[in-house]
Design a protein around this ligand. Structure first.
Ligand SMILES: [Fe+2]
Ligand SMILES: [Fe+2]
Length: 303
C-alpha cells in the first residue's frame, strides 16, 4: 500500500515576516553570559583543581554530566568515578572548561525545541562534536588562545533551533523532504521557508547582540571564504562540520552523504593553509582522524 503524503500548507516567508516571527523567539541567556563564565574558568586554570571542583559543585546538572562523561570515556575503570575531584583528574582542566560552557547552552537550546519532532539528541552531538573538532582543526594552524572558536562551533547551526521554534511547520516539512538525502538542506530551506538556517541563525544572534564571531560563524559556516573576519575559526567550523557528517557522528539534519574527498576539498582548507605544501596539510588531516576516533565515546557521555 502506498502512503499518501498530505502536503502541509506552508508558504515562503519574506524578510519582514521572518523578522517579526524571530522577534518572538526567546533569547538564550547562556550565550550572553558565556564571556563572564569563561573568564572565571580561565583564571581557575591557574588554581588548584580543588577550586575548579568547587565551581562545578555549585551546578548540579554540570556535576551529573561530568560524572557521566568521565565514566563513559574511561569505561575500563574498575570502580566508577563518583567524586568531582577524581573527574577533574581524569578529564583535565581543558575538557572541564569546555563542558562547563556546553551544559547551559544545550539546556537553553533544549527549551526551544520541545515542540518539533527531530533527532535532537543526535543534533546536540553534532553541535558539540563540531565544537570539539573545530578546536582541533584550528589547532593545526595556530595556538588556540581562548574558547571563542569552540563556542562558534557549538552554535554554528543555531538557525535550525530557531527555525524549529519560530516556524515549526516549515521546519517539519523541510526535514521531511531532507530525509531523502538528495538535496542540500540549505536549498530545501530556501525553497520552503525563503531563508536558510545560516542566515536565520545570524539574524537571531544579531538581534540579541551576541559576539560578532558567533554571528559571522552562523552566517558563513558553509562558505568561510566569504567572511571578512574570523577566517580561521569559521574555516575550522566548516571542516569540522563536514567531518562530523562524513563520519556519520550525530545528526545535523542534512542527509546528503559527504565523502572523505569532499572533506579534503572543502574551501576552508585553502583559508587555513593558503600557501601550504601538500605534506603540511596531510599531517594536519592525519591528526584530525585520531581525534575523530575518540569522539563517539566522548559524545555518548555528554548528551
Ligand atoms: Fe549548517
Ligand atoms: Fe552543522
Amino acid at each position: 500500500m502506498t502512503q499518501i503524503l498530505v502536503p502541509v500548507a506552508v508558504s515562503k516567508q519574506d524578510l519582514k515576516a521572518i523578522e517579526s516571527q524571530l522577534a518572538l523567539c526567546p533569547s538564550l541567556p547562556s550565550l550572553g553570559s558565556i564571556n563572564k563564565a569563561l573568564q572565571g574558568l580561565l583564571h581557575a586554570e591557574q588554581r588548584f583543581s580543588a577550586q575548579i571542583s568547587e565551581i562545578i559543585r555549585r551546578d548540579p546538572s554540570l556535576t551529573a554530566r561530568l560524572l557521566r562523561l568521565v565514566n563513559s570515556v574511561y569505561y575500563g575503570l574498575t570502580t566508577p568515578v563518583n567524586s568531582i575531584e577524581e573527574a577533574v583528574f581524569y578529564l583535565g582542566v581543558r575538557q572541564i572548561r569546555q563542558l562547563t560552557m556546553v551544559t547551559p547552552i544545550i539546556e537553553d537550546f533544549q527549551r526551544l525545541t520541545k515542540q518539533c519532532n527531530f533527532p535532537w539528541r543526535e543534533f546536540w552531538q553534532h553541535s558539540i562534536g563540531t565544537a570539539i573538532l573545530t578546536r582541533e582543526v584550528i589547532g593545526t594552524v595556530q595556538a588556540p588562545n581562548d574558547e571563542a572558536d569552540y563556542v562558534a562551533g557549538l552554535v554554528h547551526d543555531v538557525g535550525k533551533i530557531v527555525m524549529a521554534w519560530s516556524f515549526p511547520e516549515h521546519f517539519s516539512e523541510i526535514h521531511r523532504q531532507a530525509l531523502g538525502g538528495t538535496e542540500e538542506l540549505s536549498k530545501i530551506e530556501l525553497e520552503i521557508l525563503g531563508m536558510d538556517h545560516s542566515e536565520l541563525g545570524a539574524l537571531y544572534l544579531e538581534r540579541h547582540r551576541l559576539p560578532e564571531v558567533m554571528i559571522k560563524t552562523a552566517r558563513f559556516h558553509h562558505h568561510p571564504e566569504l567572511t571578512d573576519r574570523y577566517q580561521h575559526a569559521i574555516a575550522s567550523v566548516q571542516i569540522a562540520d563536514l567531518l562530523m557528517r562524513s563520519e556519520k557522528i550525530g545528526c545535523s539534519g542534512n542527509y546528503v552523504p559527504v565523502t572523505r574527498d569532499e572533506c579534503l576539498a572543502a574551501s576552508g582548507w585553502a583559508v587555513l593553509f593558503p600557501n601550504a605544501q601538500e605534506a603540511e596539510t596531510a599531517i594536519a588531516r592525519a591528526s584530525l582522524h585520531r581525534s575523530l576516533e575518540r569522539l563517539p565515546s566522548v559524545l555518548e557521555g555528554l548528551v
